[in-house]
Design a protein around this ligand. Structure first.
Ligand SMILES: [Zn+2]
Length: 297
Protein backbone atom coordinates (compact mmCIF):
# COMPACT_ATOMS: atom_id res chain seq x y z
CA UNK A 1 0.00 0.00 0.00
CA UNK A 2 1.49 3.29 -1.09
CA UNK A 3 0.19 6.86 -1.01
CA UNK A 4 1.70 9.05 -3.67
CA UNK A 5 1.19 12.20 -1.63
CA UNK A 6 3.56 14.65 -0.01
CA UNK A 7 4.18 13.62 3.63
CA UNK A 8 3.05 10.06 2.86
CA UNK A 9 5.32 9.03 -0.01
CA UNK A 10 8.29 8.15 2.19
CA UNK A 11 6.69 4.92 3.39
CA UNK A 12 5.27 1.72 1.97
CA UNK A 13 2.80 -0.26 4.07
CA UNK A 14 3.82 -3.91 3.78
CA UNK A 15 0.97 -5.25 5.85
CA UNK A 16 -2.19 -3.12 5.30
CA UNK A 17 -4.37 -5.04 7.83
CA UNK A 18 -2.12 -3.47 10.48
CA UNK A 19 -3.82 -0.15 9.71
CA UNK A 20 -7.18 -1.68 10.56
CA UNK A 21 -5.79 -3.03 13.82
CA UNK A 22 -4.37 0.39 14.69
CA UNK A 23 -7.73 2.01 13.88
CA UNK A 24 -9.27 -0.30 16.47
CA UNK A 25 -7.19 1.43 19.13
CA UNK A 26 -9.60 4.38 19.08
CA UNK A 27 -12.46 3.49 16.70
CA UNK A 28 -14.08 0.74 18.66
CA UNK A 29 -17.19 -0.12 20.56
CA UNK A 30 -17.21 0.46 24.30
CA UNK A 31 -17.31 -3.31 24.89
CA UNK A 32 -13.80 -3.53 23.37
CA UNK A 33 -12.29 -0.69 25.37
CA UNK A 34 -9.11 -1.53 27.33
CA UNK A 35 -9.50 -2.27 31.03
CA UNK A 36 -7.27 0.38 32.55
CA UNK A 37 -8.99 3.57 33.65
CA UNK A 38 -6.55 6.01 32.02
CA UNK A 39 -7.21 4.65 28.54
CA UNK A 40 -10.93 4.23 29.17
CA UNK A 41 -11.06 7.91 30.14
CA UNK A 42 -9.28 8.87 26.92
CA UNK A 43 -11.88 7.00 24.85
CA UNK A 44 -14.75 8.33 26.97
CA UNK A 45 -13.60 11.93 26.45
CA UNK A 46 -13.18 11.30 22.72
CA UNK A 47 -16.67 9.87 22.15
CA UNK A 48 -18.09 12.69 24.26
CA UNK A 49 -16.30 15.63 22.66
CA UNK A 50 -15.21 14.32 19.26
CA UNK A 51 -11.61 15.29 19.89
CA UNK A 52 -8.49 13.38 20.84
CA UNK A 53 -5.17 14.83 21.93
CA UNK A 54 -2.13 13.55 20.13
CA UNK A 55 -0.51 12.58 23.44
CA UNK A 56 -3.61 10.49 24.27
CA UNK A 57 -3.47 8.74 20.92
CA UNK A 58 0.16 7.87 21.64
CA UNK A 59 -0.89 6.59 25.08
CA UNK A 60 -3.39 4.25 23.42
CA UNK A 61 -0.68 3.02 21.07
CA UNK A 62 1.58 2.07 23.96
CA UNK A 63 -0.61 -0.97 24.55
CA UNK A 64 1.07 -4.28 23.84
CA UNK A 65 -1.07 -5.11 20.78
CA UNK A 66 -0.27 -1.85 18.98
CA UNK A 67 3.38 -1.50 19.96
CA UNK A 68 4.44 -4.12 17.39
CA UNK A 69 2.83 -2.18 14.55
CA UNK A 70 4.28 1.13 15.65
CA UNK A 71 7.76 0.50 17.04
CA UNK A 72 9.22 3.98 16.50
CA UNK A 73 7.98 7.56 16.45
CA UNK A 74 8.45 7.81 12.66
CA UNK A 75 5.84 5.08 12.14
CA UNK A 76 3.42 6.80 14.48
CA UNK A 77 3.74 10.16 12.73
CA UNK A 78 3.24 8.44 9.37
CA UNK A 79 0.13 6.55 10.50
CA UNK A 80 -1.32 9.79 11.90
CA UNK A 81 -0.77 11.42 8.50
CA UNK A 82 -2.47 8.46 6.77
CA UNK A 83 -5.51 8.82 9.04
CA UNK A 84 -5.59 12.56 8.35
CA UNK A 85 -5.38 11.84 4.62
CA UNK A 86 -8.34 9.45 4.94
CA UNK A 87 -10.30 12.03 7.02
CA UNK A 88 -10.51 9.65 9.99
CA UNK A 89 -8.55 12.22 11.99
CA UNK A 90 -9.22 15.85 11.16
CA UNK A 91 -6.76 18.63 11.80
CA UNK A 92 -9.13 21.31 13.06
CA UNK A 93 -9.24 24.68 11.38
CA UNK A 94 -8.55 27.42 13.92
CA UNK A 95 -9.90 30.92 14.13
CA UNK A 96 -7.31 32.95 12.29
CA UNK A 97 -7.18 35.67 14.95
CA UNK A 98 -6.10 33.25 17.65
CA UNK A 99 -2.41 33.38 18.40
CA UNK A 100 -2.08 29.72 19.43
CA UNK A 101 -2.17 28.37 15.91
CA UNK A 102 -0.44 25.20 17.06
CA UNK A 103 -3.03 22.47 17.51
CA UNK A 104 -2.21 19.42 19.62
CA UNK A 105 -5.44 17.54 19.02
CA UNK A 106 -7.49 16.02 16.21
CA UNK A 107 -11.21 15.77 15.62
CA UNK A 108 -12.63 12.28 15.16
CA UNK A 109 -16.10 12.76 13.61
CA UNK A 110 -16.88 9.06 13.28
CA UNK A 111 -16.65 8.37 17.02
CA UNK A 112 -19.05 11.07 18.23
CA UNK A 113 -22.21 9.56 19.65
CA UNK A 114 -24.27 12.63 20.58
CA UNK A 115 -27.01 13.75 18.21
CA UNK A 116 -27.19 17.42 17.33
CA UNK A 117 -29.75 19.16 19.58
CA UNK A 118 -32.51 20.54 17.34
CA UNK A 119 -33.51 23.25 19.83
CA UNK A 120 -31.83 25.88 17.63
CA UNK A 121 -34.91 25.64 15.38
CA UNK A 122 -36.97 27.09 18.23
CA UNK A 123 -34.59 29.96 18.94
CA UNK A 124 -36.19 33.35 18.68
CA UNK A 125 -36.29 34.69 15.11
CA UNK A 126 -34.24 31.74 13.86
CA UNK A 127 -36.23 31.61 10.60
CA UNK A 128 -35.80 35.33 9.95
CA UNK A 129 -32.02 35.07 10.46
CA UNK A 130 -31.39 31.92 8.46
CA UNK A 131 -30.95 30.75 4.89
CA UNK A 132 -31.13 27.07 4.08
CA UNK A 133 -29.50 24.88 1.49
CA UNK A 134 -30.32 21.24 0.86
CA UNK A 135 -28.35 18.65 -1.13
CA UNK A 136 -30.57 15.80 -2.13
CA UNK A 137 -28.85 12.63 -3.19
CA UNK A 138 -30.54 10.99 -6.15
CA UNK A 139 -31.25 7.28 -5.82
CA UNK A 140 -29.23 6.02 -2.87
CA UNK A 141 -29.01 7.07 0.76
CA UNK A 142 -25.88 8.54 2.27
CA UNK A 143 -23.68 5.84 3.86
CA UNK A 144 -22.44 6.75 7.32
CA UNK A 145 -18.81 6.51 6.15
CA UNK A 146 -19.54 9.24 3.63
CA UNK A 147 -21.24 11.43 6.20
CA UNK A 148 -18.22 11.23 8.56
CA UNK A 149 -15.87 12.04 5.72
CA UNK A 150 -18.00 15.01 4.70
CA UNK A 151 -18.19 16.36 8.27
CA UNK A 152 -14.44 15.80 8.59
CA UNK A 153 -13.68 17.61 5.34
CA UNK A 154 -15.95 20.53 6.26
CA UNK A 155 -14.37 20.89 9.71
CA UNK A 156 -10.94 21.20 8.18
CA UNK A 157 -12.18 24.13 6.05
CA UNK A 158 -14.12 26.16 8.66
CA UNK A 159 -13.46 26.28 12.40
CA UNK A 160 -15.91 24.28 14.51
CA UNK A 161 -17.81 26.43 17.00
CA UNK A 162 -16.96 25.69 20.61
CA UNK A 163 -19.04 25.95 23.75
CA UNK A 164 -17.16 25.67 27.07
CA UNK A 165 -14.14 24.40 25.08
CA UNK A 166 -16.22 21.53 23.73
CA UNK A 167 -16.40 21.48 19.91
CA UNK A 168 -19.98 21.53 18.59
CA UNK A 169 -19.39 18.33 16.67
CA UNK A 170 -22.15 15.73 16.66
CA UNK A 171 -23.06 12.46 15.04
CA UNK A 172 -23.22 13.34 11.31
CA UNK A 173 -23.53 17.05 12.03
CA UNK A 174 -21.56 20.08 13.15
CA UNK A 175 -21.83 23.80 13.88
CA UNK A 176 -19.20 25.88 12.08
CA UNK A 177 -18.03 29.41 12.45
CA UNK A 178 -17.87 31.71 9.44
CA UNK A 179 -17.16 35.03 11.14
CA UNK A 180 -18.11 36.78 14.36
CA UNK A 181 -21.72 37.20 13.20
CA UNK A 182 -22.36 34.23 10.98
CA UNK A 183 -22.40 30.50 11.66
CA UNK A 184 -23.67 27.50 9.81
CA UNK A 185 -24.93 24.05 10.67
CA UNK A 186 -24.51 21.02 8.51
CA UNK A 187 -26.73 18.02 9.22
CA UNK A 188 -26.46 14.80 7.23
CA UNK A 189 -29.68 12.81 7.07
CA UNK A 190 -30.69 9.71 5.19
CA UNK A 191 -30.70 11.00 1.61
CA UNK A 192 -29.92 14.67 2.13
CA UNK A 193 -27.49 17.16 3.58
CA UNK A 194 -29.16 20.16 5.23
CA UNK A 195 -27.28 23.42 5.74
CA UNK A 196 -28.54 26.34 7.84
CA UNK A 197 -26.62 29.61 7.50
CA UNK A 198 -27.52 31.94 10.36
CA UNK A 199 -26.67 35.58 11.06
CA UNK A 200 -26.84 37.05 14.57
CA UNK A 201 -29.34 39.74 13.60
CA UNK A 202 -31.04 39.11 10.26
CA UNK A 203 -30.68 37.13 7.05
CA UNK A 204 -30.64 40.47 5.19
CA UNK A 205 -27.25 41.05 6.81
CA UNK A 206 -25.73 37.85 5.41
CA UNK A 207 -22.96 38.71 2.99
CA UNK A 208 -23.83 37.42 -0.51
CA UNK A 209 -20.19 36.50 -1.05
CA UNK A 210 -20.13 34.43 2.14
CA UNK A 211 -23.30 32.51 1.28
CA UNK A 212 -22.26 31.86 -2.31
CA UNK A 213 -18.74 30.81 -1.44
CA UNK A 214 -20.01 28.44 1.28
CA UNK A 215 -22.36 26.88 -1.27
CA UNK A 216 -19.63 26.48 -3.90
CA UNK A 217 -17.15 25.11 -1.39
CA UNK A 218 -19.67 22.65 0.10
CA UNK A 219 -20.76 21.51 -3.34
CA UNK A 220 -17.23 20.75 -4.47
CA UNK A 221 -16.41 19.10 -1.11
CA UNK A 222 -19.50 16.92 -1.33
CA UNK A 223 -18.69 15.98 -4.92
CA UNK A 224 -15.11 15.10 -3.97
CA UNK A 225 -16.34 12.97 -1.05
CA UNK A 226 -18.88 11.22 -3.31
CA UNK A 227 -16.20 10.55 -5.90
CA UNK A 228 -13.87 9.14 -3.23
CA UNK A 229 -16.65 6.94 -1.90
CA UNK A 230 -17.72 5.64 -5.32
CA UNK A 231 -14.15 4.84 -6.30
CA UNK A 232 -13.53 3.07 -2.99
CA UNK A 233 -16.50 0.75 -3.59
CA UNK A 234 -15.05 -0.03 -7.02
CA UNK A 235 -17.16 2.21 -9.24
CA UNK A 236 -15.25 4.33 -11.68
CA UNK A 237 -16.80 7.76 -11.79
CA UNK A 238 -13.84 9.52 -13.28
CA UNK A 239 -15.78 9.96 -16.50
CA UNK A 240 -19.29 10.22 -15.11
CA UNK A 241 -20.38 13.56 -13.78
CA UNK A 242 -20.84 13.24 -10.02
CA UNK A 243 -22.91 16.43 -9.93
CA UNK A 244 -25.71 14.50 -11.68
CA UNK A 245 -26.11 12.48 -8.49
CA UNK A 246 -26.92 15.59 -6.48
CA UNK A 247 -29.80 18.02 -6.56
CA UNK A 248 -29.08 21.37 -4.94
CA UNK A 249 -32.01 23.26 -3.43
CA UNK A 250 -31.85 26.79 -2.03
CA UNK A 251 -34.18 28.74 0.20
CA UNK A 252 -35.12 29.87 3.67
CA UNK A 253 -36.75 28.36 6.76
CA UNK A 254 -40.51 27.92 7.19
CA UNK A 255 -41.74 26.71 10.54
CA UNK A 256 -39.09 24.25 11.67
CA UNK A 257 -37.95 23.02 8.25
CA UNK A 258 -35.94 24.17 5.28
CA UNK A 259 -38.22 25.71 2.63
CA UNK A 260 -36.27 25.22 -0.58
CA UNK A 261 -36.55 24.97 -4.36
CA UNK A 262 -34.15 23.49 -6.92
CA UNK A 263 -31.67 26.06 -8.24
CA UNK A 264 -33.16 26.03 -11.75
CA UNK A 265 -36.57 26.96 -10.33
CA UNK A 266 -35.07 29.58 -8.01
CA UNK A 267 -33.64 31.38 -11.02
CA UNK A 268 -36.92 31.32 -12.96
CA UNK A 269 -39.36 33.07 -10.65
CA UNK A 270 -38.93 36.22 -8.61
CA UNK A 271 -41.66 35.12 -6.19
CA UNK A 272 -42.99 31.79 -5.12
CA UNK A 273 -45.69 30.54 -2.74
CA UNK A 274 -44.58 27.51 -0.75
CA UNK A 275 -46.60 24.60 0.67
CA UNK A 276 -47.17 26.46 3.94
CA UNK A 277 -48.71 29.38 2.04
CA UNK A 278 -45.85 31.83 2.56
CA UNK A 279 -44.77 34.02 -0.35
CA UNK A 280 -40.97 34.00 -0.69
CA UNK A 281 -39.09 36.45 -2.88
CA UNK A 282 -36.14 35.00 -4.74
CA UNK A 283 -33.85 37.60 -3.18
CA UNK A 284 -32.71 35.51 -0.22
CA UNK A 285 -32.44 32.12 -1.84
CA UNK A 286 -30.33 33.57 -4.66
CA UNK A 287 -27.78 34.72 -2.07
CA UNK A 288 -26.50 31.13 -2.28
CA UNK A 289 -25.42 31.70 -5.87
CA UNK A 290 -22.79 34.04 -7.21
CA UNK A 291 -23.76 37.36 -8.77
CA UNK A 292 -23.95 36.35 -12.38
CA UNK A 293 -27.12 34.43 -11.54
CA UNK A 294 -28.48 36.79 -8.90
CA UNK A 295 -28.66 39.68 -11.36
CA UNK A 296 -31.30 37.89 -13.42
CA UNK A 297 -33.98 39.05 -11.02
ZN1 LIG B 1 -41.93 28.54 2.85
Amino acid sequence: MYFNQPELNQFIILYPPALVNILRSFITDEMFWPEDEIRRNILRRMTDTGKIYKKDLLTLWQQEKFRNHLPVMNNKEFVIQVFVHLDVLVLPKRYSDKSDSHVDYYLVPCTVKNKVPMSFLDEQSFASRTLSLVYRLQKSSIPSALSFKLIGAVSSIWPIMELNSRPLLYHSSAVLCVDGNTEFRIIVEDTKVIVYLTHKTSKAAISPDIAASIQECLTSTLEAVLKFYLSSIGKNHRKANVSNLLQIEVGEVCGRSPCVVPIAKAKLHSEWVCDSGTTHSSRYRLLWLFNKVRNIN
